[in-house]
Design a protein around this ligand. Structure first.
Ligand code: IDP
Ligand code: MG
Length: 134
């Protein structure tokens, strides 16, 4: 699915009422929303979704954070969606994110960084199916 990616608006952004602003930024950047839902991950969902990071020191904080309040999950369509969307959201750490990127505008910290974007076509497919089973 080279023209699709998966994204989540994370708890820190939903808590601060930023769903509308972030969806607007995404639409203005030319992404079409294919699937969209508000959901609340359980701790087990968060541990499964981020299992590639299970041995990292931040895994416990990450999974607590991702399950503490609702998120928005969506599948997006655009040419070169994965790389285009990673450019739109910016670096993991908002201190290193370019001006105008979603993380530069809204993220609180490297952990609470407001938005997720898949890092490969393969992961976009896996993550989309996790949230929107076929
Ligand atoms: P990414 O979201 O930019 O792809 P990853 O390295 O895949 O970044 O990490 C997944 C998520 O884990 C990050 O978005 C962030 O929420 C959290 N995270 C990553 N590195 C750190 C860290 O050093 N401290 C705290 N949280 C982190
Ligand atoms: Mg990642």
């Amino acid at each position: 699915m080279s023209n699709k990616t998966f994204m989540m608006i994370k708890p820190d952004a939903v808590e601060r009422g930023l769903i509308g602003k972030i969806l607007n930024d995404i639409s203005e950047a030319g992404f079409e929303i294919i699937s969209l839902k508000l959901t609340h991950l359980s701790i087990d969902d968060a541990r499964l979704f981020y299992s590639v990071h299970k041995d990292r020191p931040f895994f416990n904080d990450l999974t607590q954070y991702m399950s503490r309040s609702p998120i928005v999950a969506a599948v997006l369509k655009k040419e070169s969606a994965v790389s285009e969307f990673r450019n739109l959201i910016g670096d993991t750490d908002p201190k290193n994110a370019k001006d105008g990127t979603i993380r530069a505008k809204y993220a609180i910290s490297k952990g609470e960084n407001s938005i997720h974007g898949s890092d490969s076509d393969e992961n976009a497919e896996i993550e989309s199916t996790f949230h929107f089973p076929k």
